[in-house]
Design a protein. Structure first.
Length: 364
């Protein structure tokens, strides 16, 4: 009996040792990913352009630690899932920093923090949050979360759909509405996040929404933008069908596409790159969520921002965030490799910065 009791104690001691070693490894990984030398980050190597006409150097004040207690290294017991989620997001930020430092990709990963970028960033001063809008990744729901946090409505269910994107009524100020000094302060101290998605699948979603379904309150996509693309990029001039995905790809992959973009104005936010929208190498974001893992990322973002006790992300319909490889391959199946490669060349920065691999049909 005594021998059995001793064996039991030895096993308990061995298990305790393994647990201590595991926690030490997790803590080491956390420290390594969290406290990298900020001077090595390519985003901070040049002045920050805050408006289209005024250049202002960024004030390098101390970063506010905008993390709830559960994320701090206080000796408290972490849940396994929380540790796993935190490491995933730290690795995403580490990848972003590394790609931002890659000089070979500089033209595809860097952009000025212009008024166009500041117009994409919505502000919640009450809870010190900045959210950069990247269309076709569930942004409507995040806007609803911020509208509730700003106090315009008491719950997400009460927000009328026609109010969400009405920026005169939804109580969501844009970062561009503040002075340069106020912008710098918020960029330095607030919790900042945005959501990304496989770049090619996002383009398919934008094409379907704007040119196939074509909401009646956005007629210019079908009646102005589509004809402009067809006139310039359709090879078969006798074909009378509406805009096809092949036309769309040819337009987006054209290195000289910008002359047409200027005519379209702000409507193009639905298919410009994440780099152009949110300047991820110039602005130090706290979290970057992925549409494909939104079921895990949304609760994590709310907790990291310290607002999970105030609001919940709306229920996500089953399967809606899953990457649909078959759909992507079907859409690109009839398009020339040349046009696909040119499209990839334009969006390569988005693929590399956020860890999306080059599509298999480009490698074959």
């Amino acid at each position: 009996w005594l021998m059995s009791d001793n064996m039991h104690h030895q096993w308990l001691l061995l298990a305790a040792c393994f647990w201590v070693i595991f926690m030490f490894m997790v803590a080491s990984k956390f420290i390594t990913l969290t406290f990298k030398d900020p001077d090595g980050y390519g985003a901070k190597q040049e002045p920050l352009v805050l408006t289209a006409v005024t250049k202002v150097e960024e004030v390098r004040g101390p970063q506010e630690k905008h993390w709830p207690e559960d994320f701090q290294s206080t000796g408290k017991t972490f849940s396994g899932n929380l540790i796993r989620q935190h490491l995933v997001h730290m690795e995403r930020l580490e990848l972003l920093r590394n790609v931002c430092r890659d000089t070979a990709l500089r033209n595809l990963s860097h952009t000025a923090v212009s008024k166009f970028v500041l117009d994409r960033i919505f502000v919640c001063d009450k809870h010190k949050i900045l959210f950069c809008q990247t269309p076709k990744v569930g942004n409507t729901q995040w806007k609803k979360v911020l509208i509730v946090l700003n106090g315009a409505f008491s719950s997400i269910e009460e927000i009328p759909e026609n109010i969400v994107h009405d920026h005169e009524k939804n109580g969501l100020p844009r970062l561009s509405s503040f002075t340069d000094a106020e912008i710098r302060k918020r960029l330095n101290l607030y919790f900042k996040f945005f959501i990304v998605r496989d770049p090619f699948e996002r383009l398919i979603s934008a094409f379907k929404d704007k040119f196939v379904h074509n909401p009646r309150f956005e007629p210019w996509y079908r009646h102005e933008i589509a004809p402009g693309i067809i006139r310039k990029y359709r090879k078969n001039r006798t074909e009378t069908r509406g805009l096809q995905f092949e036309d769309f790809v040819r337009y987006l992959g054209d290195p000289n596409h910008r002359w047409l973009d200027v005519q379209f104005g702000d409507h193009i936010i639905h298919w410009v790159t994440y780099v152009e929208l949110c300047a991820p190498c110039e602005i130090t974001y706290s979290v970057i969520g992925h549409h494909e893992t939104l079921e895990d990322d949304a609760p994590y973002i709310l907790k990291a921002a310290g607002i999970d006790h105030l609001v919940s992300y709306p229920t996500i319909p089953p399967g809606i965030t899953v990457y649909n490889r078959t759909k992507v391959e079907r859409y690109f199946s009839g398009i020339s490799k040349r046009d696909i490669r040119r499209l990839y060349a334009r969006f390569e920065g988005d693929f590399k910065l956020f860890g999306y691999r080059e599509p298999d049909f480009l490698l074959n």
